[in-house]
Design a protein around this ligand. Sequence first.
Ligand code: P61
Length: 461
Amino acid sequence: MKRRSWAEPWKIKMIEPIAMSTREQREAAIREAGYNTFLLRSEDVYIDLLTDSGTTAMSDRQWSALMLGDEAYAGSRSYYKLADAVHDVYGYEELIPTHQGRGAEHLLSQILIEPGDVIPGNMYFTTTRFHQEYAGGTFVDVIVDEAHVPESDYPFKGNIDLDKLRAVVNEHGADRVPYVSFETNVNMAGGQPASMANLREVYEYCRANGIYVMLDATRALETAFFIQQREAGYEDKSIAEILREICTYSDGATMSSKKDNLVNIGGFLAVRDPDLARQARSLLVAFEGLHTYGGMSGRDMEALAVGIREMVATDDHVRSRVGQVQYLGRLLDEAGVPIVHPTGGHGVFIDASKLLDHLPQDHLPAQALAAAIYLDSGVRGMERGIVSAGRDPETGKNRHPKLELVRLTIPRRVYTQSHMDVTAESVIQVAEERDTVKGLEFTYEPEQLRFFQSRFRPIPD
Ligand code: P61
């Protein structure tokens, strides 16, 4: 029987109280935080949509698994359980556990990138590009043009444009391109999926040219869902089957397990080639920990092994997860708030440049909008625009990304439909008062990944 809706395939067993603050309290809190939502205390936040990273509610099975953790320094039983889960669900033979996704990106970049190399990828991700540049490489964006157009309803905005990829390889030569960095679900574009056809085509092209394909599999599960919904030939395949097929078009993957994998900390690098794994393990012991725990405790590996199997055990899990995100997207759409289309897998992205069209990009409209939403209701989102894009390392000038967005990111299995209603009400309220939102300017800007710790103040009249 076809299901009518996407009710959650779980019920709530434990709750964490949250409290609404007064407008005066929020005014003080955001000022104190330098108008940066990353610098707010979570105590001052009502509905926390900063990120879906590490904010998941674990299941009773996962909490029970914590007790089974084998904390042996070497050869932990929990490591082998995790390696089996990664192999069964993603299909990779070699597992290198790290403390989180960026630990895996660090190792991968260090073993594959030589100074002067070029790494094509489908839109930058902040930490991924940081590690590529830190290893001496240059990231080149080869995502399809539609990804930069919020209004476009193109179903696979995460796709790589093969012409752009070929042009990069022809210009620099295949030997200067160690791998294609393929994000299966493109965070900065709004949680947008790549299609299976595109994954296959990129892999075939790369294999023919001796270039690795390394996936960022962080939200590959959500992409498996979109492929099932949107790509011909996949409607009757299970999410588990689709996810495994995605990974067949790659030589390895980095993973932040804090998302799809339903845990609060952890990640991994997984590869097929034993020699690449050997190189990664030899760095792992210097930067993370011994190769049978890397950056994780035994109990964290246990909970992760359960989370990996749980996320694909039924298709209902991802269906309700993405369903909730789409529900919020629909509420904002219906109210005429400009958002990135189609609504993505992990959050709703508000088009701040369109909503606040009285502010030029240098007045940081997305940063200002995130602060304004927080002020209105205590809902915390995140800037994804000029502040996140940072400066070009060569020229030192601000990059000007085409997308200037506020991300409302939905944690997995944490909030209810009523929380989504309240969030939408607040965003709609701020949209009605858009003219009162003032631009911001930097008062402090750190050298690396500046969005995390920058401070701002309203631009004086
Ligand atoms: C997030 F503002 N994402 O979305 P780690 N790849 C991808 C990610 O989404 C990702 C990582 C690698 C976060 C946390 C975060 O600019 C930011 O486990 C597609 O966080 O190290 C993380 O994985 C890195 C927020 C990261 C940011 C960087 O909220």
